[in-house]
Design a protein. Sequence first.
Length: 465
Amino acid sequence: MAQLWGGRFVGETDKMAYEFNASIGFDKRLFEEDIEGSIAHVTMLARQGILTEAERDSILQGLSGIRDDVRAGRLAVDETCEDIHSFVEACLIGRIGDVGKKLHTGRSRNDQVALDMRLYTRKRVRQTDGLLKELLSVILATMEEHLETCMPGFTHLQKAQPITLAHHYGAYFEMFRRDRQRMADIYMRMNYCPLGAGALAGTTYPLDREYTAALMGFAGPTRNSMDSVSDRDYLIEFLSALATVMMHLSRFSEEIIIWNSNEYQFVEIDDAYSTGSSIMPQKKNPDIAELVRGKTGRVYGALMSLLTTMKGLPLAYNKDMQEDKELSFDAMDTVHDCLILFTGMLRTMRFKKERMADSAMKGFTNATDAADYLVGKGVPFRDAHGIVGRLVLYCVERGTSIEKLSLEELRKISDQFQEDIYDAVSLKTCVEKRLTLGAPGTEVMKQVIAEYRAYLEHDVFRKAP
Ligand code: ARG
């Protein structure tokens, strides 16, 4: 396949050097965006009188023919071309002849690839947002169903205080909601069109950059041509946001793995999202959760890789930037698959409410409430803390728990204890009484859930600034 830059060269490129340089193997993914950008470019060129209407029509027809044929599988992307831009241009010239050679007027592959990658990334940002929204709706449905399902809350992975499943899931709702906000934020900042920046210094043709930007749904054209061809910030921001999504998914996965373990048995992962062992017949492993946790490293790697690629680059375009693609695509695909599978796993997971409540009762999760009870009777908190500490020790030595002690035993440790202590340290009371905003108490939780419901129903992706 002919190269786009033959004129200045007398010698042949070394075969391995040519292949090393070529990007078609992975930038063929930008085919749709490349055509979309060319259509907008040519439409603008004719509007500005740089191309005739007849030339425009012939090129547009050629481009849409190529697009139709590739979509229908009648035309395969020729991987001997250097990149997707050369492929489209060569096809066009092959189909419509010399007029096809006018397509690249007032354009460089530098602003072309910058545009293609932005168009593509913009699409994936919105797609990621949609998947996060799906995940949020599954989380919220579980919260609504399990408003009163008690479980232990942990710090240091030690039982701390009783909470509800709705409350626990609410923490993840917050995390993934922030992830969605990051998507909208990145989108707004990146939604400017680099086309017209040329190789680095704009062009002498009277391009209408506002017009091409508007044709492709951008908020406007970018403001500096050097930056336009060498800016990959939006990708770094997206990779960073994707890394954060994975960090959240990974933490959630870790909890599910723990909850699903033989020791905990809080949940049962559906057969559709578990796998067996080739040797141990009893096994049902949480492989999907483990893989999501594992793939987090790969997405972090993409972010580190691109940051490192960019760090020493002088203005403007450098070929190093071609390295932005493979890892970014891999990260986008990984997060896409992880979000879909994780959401499916969550949707079908069953909760063992009795085990969870039973676990919440054990491990002295009501110790703080016992201390608060004494405070209610006029004991200073620090003294109450000491009294309940001794109470816990007394229980540990006898293998029992606070609510199982007789009033007589309790009063041996503090004469402030009365009959109403049993109600004060019951699991239900411990949860119900936590009514500060953001706490698990049913009444306040209902309020928060209603807010989340309204957010999911009314929040649409913010497209333009
Ligand atoms: N394949 C290149 C990339 O991905 C396209 C831009 C090439 N520009 C150039 N001057 N070689 O960055």
